[in-house]
Write a protein that binds this ligand. Structure first.
Ligand code: ARG
Length: 582
């Protein structure tokens, strides 16, 4: 990879304009080249600096008479490059760049020889945490956790492809609080005490038979809650159980560990089915760090007393961030502060990304602000270390309301996957799961989306099934040609003489900057859109350019191969990896 990787086309063009900017206005500092791909008739890329640069310098002594003359100068001072075919200036100083078709063709051939890794974007970070999935112990994973799992996994994959070391973290709710949206019943470790007491009561021989006995943890939770509500003496015991659990009493710890294990097995089944890899560092992991972190914040004068609780006030917010509850217990926020501290200082992460539904935005906004007040994070959101909350919308049913089962509970993820299985007697289960993933990712994550099996399994339109067919078709074109593609890579070359070949070639070249954009803006749907357009561009090329048996056969087969390689990488980044799931 290394020296072979010069960054995306956009980055390379930007570098040229950086040189040109330095040459024409050497005294202006902090000038970023503003380069974008364009679809206009005049070029493939354009540089948009002229207007803003003009408003910067027009008061000063300058040889320029307006944006167009700046555009002209930018163009004239652009360093020689084999990438560039021609340039022109349009309107108020936009510099249009037409890429060299030969260069595009050569670059695609190079990628085929050296691998798609040479098209990885270059990002500004080395280490990132992606905190995703993160279900709660003793509670079922629901469709919100499904979205978090899918989106988080894809973001992690894209960052990994970009050579970032990614710590994939499952921040399971196993200690601090049960943070459950929707039918949240109990908050705080009291619910753990309740479950432990109920386990002792219902299954005296839990140590040997507990796991089998509990079986359905969701039902177990409900039954214990009923017991808890009905009997004050039981409630009292549950409270005691929390104290003994937190005091580290062996029997209580063991019972708790067993309950956690049952949940964990359920979670793992889901991850296995989706082909997702994630490492658990649950809330309990950070528990030992909370006192020290809070003490440091307290010494900085950030923590104040308010109505018996200990809180951090945040500018612009009416309510403070509670870090120690009035009963002395820690909560979701105290755990998240400790986890952030750990990730910044122990794990040296430069970018920490949290994937949950948008309902939690306020929590993240507040504790991010607290971290800024403490000086853990720079005040400027563009600087590193950086945190981002990747929020996503709801999944809606056909009725436009929150997606629920008939009993109007939040849909259980396992049921969703089982339903997927039932529907796919004829098709591969894998394919259904891919459709699932794709249907979720192709939406802008911030908007709600409607869950519809028939739509996501359609083989036309922007669906996984359609795209997988498109890819299979390309492979079969190559196979049926009877040519050895490895041989062609070595001996042949690519040329892009037909207009549709050039459009396809340019689109292939833009893969790196699309991944870069999807990463920096944390929007997987950008990649889906790219993939769909790629298959459309391929279709146009294939219907207008004869491949097998034409004089251009070698070049066109190589173009087919490059398209297939890029498509496969897109699938892979979206978590669609055929053969990887059970
Ligand atoms: N367990 C939480 C939930 O189910 C999500 C945790 C997200 N991560 C975090 N560091 N707060 O809603």
């Amino acid at each position: 990879m290394g020296e072979d990787n010069l960054g995306s086309v956009k980055q390379q063009i930007s570098k040229l304009f950086e040189v040109s900017l330095k040459a024409i206005v050497p005294d202006e500092s902090n000038l970023e080249p503003l380069v974008a791909a364009c679809t206009g008739r005049f070029g493939d890329y354009q540089c948009n600096n002229a207007m803003s640069l003009w408003s910067r310098i027009k008061g000063k002594k300058t040889e320029f008479r307006g944006p167009p003359s700046i555009g002209q100068a930018l163009m004239k001072n652009l360093p020689q490059s084999e990438m560039v075919e021609s340039c022109s200036v349009a309107g108020p100083g936009f510099v249009n760049v037409v890429l060299s078709t030969e260069w595009i063709a050569k670059s695609i051939h190079k990628m085929l020889t050296n691998g798609i890794g040479t098209w990885a974007p270059k990002l500004k970070v080395n280490t990132a945490v992606v905190d995703f999935s993160s279900p709660n112990i003793a509670k079922e994973m629901h469709v919100g956790h499904l979205r978090s799992t899918i989106i988080g996994d894809t973001l992690a994959r894209m960052l990994e492809f970009s050579n970032v070391e990614v710590l994939r973290r499952n921040h399971v709710g196993d200690w601090g609080t049960q943070f459950v949206i929707g039918n949240s019943i109990l908050k705080g470790p009291i619910s753990f005490g309740m479950l432990i007491e109920f386990l002792f009561e219902e299954f005296p021989n839990w140590e040997d038979a507990g796991e089998q006995a509990i079986g359905d943890l969701q039902a177990f939770y409900k039954a214990s809650k009923q017991r808890f509500d009905a009997d004050p003496a039981f409630k009292e015991r549950a409270q005691q159980a929390v104290v003994r659990l937190q005091g580290g009493e062996e029997k209580y710890r063991a019972a708790w560990a067993q309950i956690c294990d049952i949940s964990r097995q359920e979670f793992h089944q889901v991850y296995k089915r989706l082909g997702v890899h994630i490492e658990e560092k649950g809330e309990s992991f950070y528990n030992p760090y909370i006192p020290g972190v809070l003490e440091a914040l307290s010494n900085q004068g950030l923590i104040e007393e308010s109505e018996g609780a200990r809180v951090i006030f945040i500018e612009g917010k009416n309510i403070p961030l509670i870090v120690v509850k009035s009963d002395g217990g820690y909560n979701y926020a105290s755990t998240d502060l400790a986890a952030l501290w750990y990730r910044l200082n122990e794990e040296k992460a430069q970018w920490i990304i949290y994937v949950t539904d948008v309902g939690q935005s306020l929590h993240f906004e507040m504790f991010f602000s607290a971290a800024k007040r403490a000086g853990w994070l720079p005040a400027d959101d563009n600087l590193y270390p950086k945190v981002n909350h990747v929020g996503f919308g709801l999944v809606l049913g056909d009725d436009g309301k929150r997606f629920r089962t008939r009993s109007s509970e939040v849909v259980r993820l396992v049921d969703l996957l089982d339903e997927a299985k039932n529907r796919s007697k004829a098709v591969l289960i894998e394919r259904v799961i891919f459709s699932f993933l794709y249907a979720d990712l192709k939406n802008n994550r911030l908007t709600n989306y409607t869950f519809n099996y028939d739509q996501m399994l359609n083989d036309k339109g922007n669906t996984a099934v359609y795209l997988l067919y498109a890819h299979a078709r390309i492979c079969s074109i190559i196979r049926k040609s009877g040519k050895d593609i490895e041989e062609l890579k070595k001996k042949g070359s690519i040329s892009l003489d037909h207009a549709d070949e050039r459009v396809l070639g340019l689109h292939l070249m833009q893969f790196a900057e699309i991944v870069e954009e999807a990463c920096t803006n944390l929007l997987p749907n950008v990649l889906c859109e790219y993939l769909y357009n790629l298959s459309e561009n391929f279709t146009r090329f294939y219907s207008n350019c004869q491949v097998v048996g034409s004089p251009e056969e070698t070049s066109r087969l190589l173009l087919c191969e490059a398209t297939a390689v890029v498509m496969r990488k897109c699938f892979h980044l979206l978590g669609i990896t055929p053969g990887a799931m059970g």
